[in-house]
Write a protein that binds this ligand. Sequence first.
Ligand code: TXA
Ligand code: MG
Length: 315
Amino acid sequence: MLHTIIGTDIAKAAELLLGGSLVAIPTETVYGLAAIATDAKAVTTIFEVKDRPFFDPLIVHCHNIEQVFQYTNGIPGWAEKLFQAFSPGPLTIVLPKKEVIPDIVTSGLDTVGIRIPSHPLALELLRMINKPLAAPSANPFGYVSPTTAQHVYDQLQGKIAYILDGGPCTIGVESTIVAEKNGVPTILRLGGISVEQIEAVLGNVAIEIHSTSNPAGPGMLESHYAPRKQVLLGYPKTFAPKTGFLAFKQYSELLPHSVQRVLSSSGDLNEAARSLFASLRELDALDLDTIYAELVPEEGLGRAINDKLRRASAK
Ligand code: TXA
Ligand code: MG
């Protein structure tokens, strides 16, 4: 058992990481569980702490495009355009990796998912250590991702030494992942940069969101981001006892407000994304059997929100 500390000491976080320990770090999307990406032994402990299967590759975080060049081979033109438009920010691009990135990071793939996070503490930490950080979301495998330091503490307390507290995440859903498939830029995971934003830069792209068999990674497994309680989709006409409701804009009149959460009363999809995971956690902590979740409009970040809700309900 480790004594887990929540703090804002970047130098301490850097020291722990450089010494081979794990540190939970804030990013604008969700909190990550980080290790130095070139330290295969430290990266292995990420999988152990998360109880994550080794076939699920990790995302590597860099502080600028020059560092991305150091760890990858041959960035295609479309990827450079996307980096220019959306980095630092909630975008991950899958690129051919250099050998210094160990196989454990990429699950043996010869590509690596790379992103430049925009959270100021994450960037400062990355600059300080001057090495890339491998970091999946800092939650037990399959559970809802953490968007505050306290969320991380609630689940990983005793398993990691330090949680760097950067406040609540401003985006609230994971990065959008884009890879080249058959020569075509292809969105593999819906996230913090919308399809519309990507298509505004590249024109039409392919979208290949895996749901069941043959996932490129379990972030794409059908059942993921799941609370412990049963999640059902929709807005029912009647609610059974011990049922909660995750609403988009408006409370249901059929249930007490205490067992409901509203994602955005103004119907703002960015605000809804920001409150999604915290709301699911809050409902999961109540004495309920079932959570009903209402789908949101299928546009902008709404597509990513609906994707997470569908996976949460697929248990
Ligand atoms: O916003 C985010 O991306 C957060 C923060 C911490 O940066 N990280 C995150 O990591 O969501 P994680 O481990 O929960 O999701 C990583 C997913 C894998 O499940 C896989 O789907 C995809 O990234 N991935 C990583 N490397 C890949 C590769 N070489 N090829 C295809 N997909 C890859
Ligand atoms: Mg995850």
